[in-house]
Design a protein around this ligand. Sequence first.
Ligand SMILES: CCCCCC/C=C\CC(=O)SCCNC(=O)CCNC(=O)[C@H](O)C(C)(C)COP(=O)(O)OP(=O)(O)OC[C@H]1O[C@@H](n2cnc3c(N)ncnc32)[C@H](O)[C@@H]1OP(=O)(O)O
Length: 297
Amino acid sequence: MATLLKHSAKYALSGRLARLCVHSRHGGLQCLQPCLLPHQRSASTGSKILVEMDNSTGIAVLTMKSPPVNSLSLDFLTEFSISLEKLELDRGCRGVILTSALPKIFSAGLDIMEMCGKSPEHCGEFWKAVQEMWLRLYGSSMITIAAINGSSPAGGCLMALACDYRIMAENPKYSIGLNETQLGIVAPFWFKDTLVNTVGNRVAELSLQLGLLYSAPDALRTGLVDLLVPEDKVLSTASQTMTQWLAIPGENAIGSNPRVSSSKVDLTPKVHMVDLSHSSESMCSLNWIPWTCSNRA
Ligand SMILES: CCCCCC/C=C\CC(=O)SCCNC(=O)CCNC(=O)[C@H](O)C(C)(C)COP(=O)(O)OP(=O)(O)OC[C@H]1O[C@@H](n2cnc3c(N)ncnc32)[C@H](O)[C@@H]1OP(=O)(O)O
């Protein structure tokens, strides 16, 4: 199932991103400016994401740099998915570290301004972009590590959960969790599934029902994150951890199923993206997140 999901993610997204690049005002590919750095490093930057690739290690660092809080706007999500797709297609890239350039914030989650007073079409496009981000990250054939150097509520937590491993700054002021119910909304089932996979049923049940945001130490206790380190060590620890993970035999391992293990083969998707268009419709019809919606009931 995970494999099907991976391939489904890969192809559903490729098509969509191709369309976005041609037709959308969010043509992130055009804004990615490559430049060369010493020691086999390369970097490309858009307005919201910086990608630095070390060709000698196969590790890329994807840094979110969208002030004030790295909120997940349509533009952000599109640039994010395009960046990840480019790395996925780069045979030299084997691992991605996701982190933030902003002090104190990893990501504030979905951009609330994208969901208030917008047309159903816009909400649909936005919601698809959220799904695509999750599918691309969760379904990635690369090792993904979240280097969580700040608070990460709601959609920000989802991003971290979609990675293979989570390392957080041990600052107790930083919080992380799926706090949707605190905002009067229900986290979609695939948010829930991602949380259950990480912390188990009971913790997920309590977290979701109460909309709990965990401090960094509590997040470690519940298993929401895997490791706490001092703030200035988050990125270096992520690199060290990545090196350990990449030392594990991968797709060429004896006994591995090439169809399953190779992300580079051309497979027709067997599962299509979950159609959650009804969610975006209900998102539009709800005057949700009262603290930001001026048109609330
Ligand atoms: C059928 C419907 C299904 C819906 C499923 C929905 C699924 C996911 C939901 C989400 O992801 S909703 C987003 C939830 N996010 C939050 O609850 C985070 C809210 N923000 C905060 O807690 C704090 O802002 C922070 C991230 C901890 C940062 O705190 P700090 O004190 O450093 O900064 P602030 O002064 O609070 O904020 C600065 C600036 O950023 C704006 N902002 C904050 N969060 C968002 C956001 N999510 N989207 C857009 N903008 C955001 C905030 O308004 C401030 O703006 P200015 O006042 O400076 O203009």
